[in-house]
Structures are given as C-alpha cells and as structure tokens.
Design a protein around this ligand. Sequence first.
Ligand SMILES: [Zn+2]
Length: 497
Amino acid sequence: MRRLCSLILTATAGALVGVLILAARALPPSPPPSLGSAPADFRPPPGALERLAAAIRVPTVSRDYPATAPAFDALHELLREAFPRVHATLQQERVAGHTLLYTWHGRDASAPALLLLAHQDVVPVDDERLPHWQQPPFDGVNADGYLWGRGTLDDKSSLMAQLEAAEALLGDAFVPPQTIYLVFGHDEEVSGSGAAAVAALLAERGTRIGMVLDEGLTLTEGVFPGVNRPVALVGVAEKGYLNLTLRASAAGGHSSMPPQDTAIGRLAAALDAVRTHPMPARMETPVADMLRSVGGERSWLQRVALGNLWLFEPLVRSELARTPAGGAMLRTTVTPTILRAGLKDNVLPQSAEAVLNARLLPGDSSDAVVAHLHTAIDDPAIEILPATEVREATPVSETSGTAFRALSDRIVEVFPDALVAPGLMMGGTDARHFVTLSRHVYRFQPVRITLADLPRFHGDDERIAPAAYEDMIRFYAVLMRGAIGDGGAAAATPGTP
Ligand SMILES: [Zn+2]
C-alpha cells in the first residue's frame, strides 16, 4: 500500500514537473504593437497615384506577348517621363526583350547588393469577366476611395512604388549604402525567361547580392484565427510545380460486352490510389517558424503547444491539415486536374489519360514524386509520362541572419502594428531565379490588404487604397535608404546553389 502511494506520488510529481517544463517552454505572449508612427521624414511625392493610374492604363498583358510588345514600349516611355532623375542617374539595360535592369551604384562598391524585383506584365481580363468589374480594368479610374485596375495589386504598384522611392531619394542627392538593382520582368505571369536572363547576366558578372525582395505574401489582417493584428508574411521559399500525365491503355471494343479491365476503369483505380496515398506530411522550417511567430498572439494553451513542437507537432499538424490551405503547407500535393477518355457512349476507349498537378514542398524533388506515384499506383498498365513542365521547390532562405532582421525591422518601421512572420509561398515568383545568387531571397509585397482582397489578385475588381500605395512607396524608400546588414557588408556571402 505504501509502495503504491509512493508510486502514485512519484508519478504525480513527474507529471507536474513535465507540465512545468512545457509551460516554461511555451511561447511568450508577443509584445504589444509598437506605437511609433511611420517615418515622418519621408513623404511620398505628390502625383504618385496619378502616375500609377497612367501605368495601369497601359495593357501590358504577357499572355499575348510579343503581340503586346508595343504596350511594353509604351510603359518604358511612361517610366522615362515619370522618373527623370532615375533615368539620368541609374544605369539602364534591356534584357530578353522587354525586361528592365536598373543599376544604382552604392557608396560601398564591395558591399553585397540589394536587389528588388517587380513585374511589368499583368494577366488579361477575359470579356466575360468585364461585367463583374465595378470600373474598367485598364482605365486607371480613381473612385470610391480606391484606384481600380489590373496591376494595382499585381504588380505595377510594386514597380511604380520602387521607382517613386528612388526618384524621391535622388531628389535629396541620396546615394544608397550598397548598390541597388531594380529588376522588372516582362513575362512573370507566363513563367517566362526575362528575370532568369537577368539572373544569368548578374551571375556572369560575378555580382554579390545580399538580399533579394520580390512580390509574394502581403500584410494581411484576419489570416490567422485569434491573431488580431495584421501579419506581414515574408515568403522564404516557394513550392515547386509539376504536371504529370497518367495513361491507361486497353484493347477497346464495344461497350455491350465489356471485359473486366477497361482503360477508364484502370485509370480510375490509379486516381483513387493517388488520392488515398498522399505524399507524407511533415512540418518544414518555414511553416514551423510561421506558427511560432504568430503563436505569441494565441491563448496560453496554444502557446504551450507551439512552443513545444518537439512534442505537439503531430497534434498541431492534424489541426493544420483540417483546411486545404493548411494541408498544402504540410505536404507535396498531387491532384488530378484534367481527364481525357472516350469519344462515343457505346465504345470502350483504347486509352484514358489524367493530368496530375503536383505542388512540391521544399525538400521533395520531382523525381521523388514520380517514384511515390509508381509505388502508390502499383499497376504496370499505367504509364506515367514524363513531365512537360517542372519547377522544383526553392531552397529555404535564412531567417536567422542580419538580412532577415533588417527586412523585419523596416517592415515594423513602416507598419508599426504588424507582426512579421516567415511563410511558404504556394505560387511562383520571379525571385526563384535568384536563389543561386543569394541565400536571402524574400517574397513580400508591402501592401496592406484584408483577407477579402486576396481574390482580387488575378480576379475581378483589383484595386488599391491610396494610403496603402503611399505606404508601399514609404517602405521601399526606407529599405533603399538603409543598409541591409551590419554596415551593409555583413549581410551575406554569395549563396551556394
Ligand atoms: Zn505578380
């Protein structure tokens, strides 16, 4: 009896110690938002919104390039007129057709450079979507408190804001601490080669780049339940992209006397195997870091879980996997998007095909996906045709060094209420071409939006609030003005592939 009592006592004490250890490791609540105001000594130049409106009116649709080349010429002309100091001071090169590379030499030529990306091109607006727009997409209308049009969010606002910031700083005879490159691709929306050509050119010149910043995630309110502050998500990696075709072949014949195995039946079984054998889930660094960063805003119990991922990761993972967006952060997804089979209702087709679209988690290669599918499907009658389009996931950029800290500091300087967190990009950006040039490749568009605005990217009623645009200009000015590491030189060493 005494033995039992002491056992119970020991067990209870052990559990208590365990709870205390977990509590001690719980994330601290995040500090309240800083009450500082945006830097008062930089004022966005007058007329900036009108210049953005003028850029919106130039329909630089890359889907139809090179038929739309004259629109890109017109945009270049507009930039020359709108930003005379930039064009008088910065070296300008045209690469791969209409991609632009500006070089702004810094005070310290040996310091690793800051490279800012944006893209000139936009996605089209199809005729049947026009009635869904409150204002025409290419008229640059300023109404009801917003500037409306294709490119106001994606991504002419970034491009114009960077040039506005540079033009204003040049007005004060400013010279940046390190060299700044501005790279404006002309074919980002069609996964083109403009930005890749610039990356190749800079690599050939032996350029050292301390930090790359492109569009990507944004400053958004309401993304995380229970987090009552806007979160500035900085994409530190991009998922990869892969299309594969599954093909089942069979004898065909008349459907009145079907055999046991048909092409459609075999393909259906294969697709079911794909669905029931997902790639294994795991929590990659950007996702774990993101959860930890926003975790300080959560309840005590959630902070205990997020501060002790070594123990609670399975629990947190299953919680995250409950939504498609959360699930996509945890694994390489593979899903059928196109089916092709059959021509007539009474004829068995000789072949049936399905296109699988895969989005690769950093660390999973396209070869690994193909190998996984072979194992999951386990049917020699199913061919997996080689991929037509392969984009491997990018490496994960560092978040522990001075470059990320400098970026976070600048974000909080301009957006004092923001919580900065690393994140994983589901889509692709031109930034991926620069991962061999820098270990610090980040994807963040300094635009303050709400969750409801996200469908406006590539969707109807794309628009920007004038105040949000001014903040973008202010952010780029603050970023250009400062060093990106300790004294600019310590930010980075050139990355390894
Ligand atoms: Zn974009």
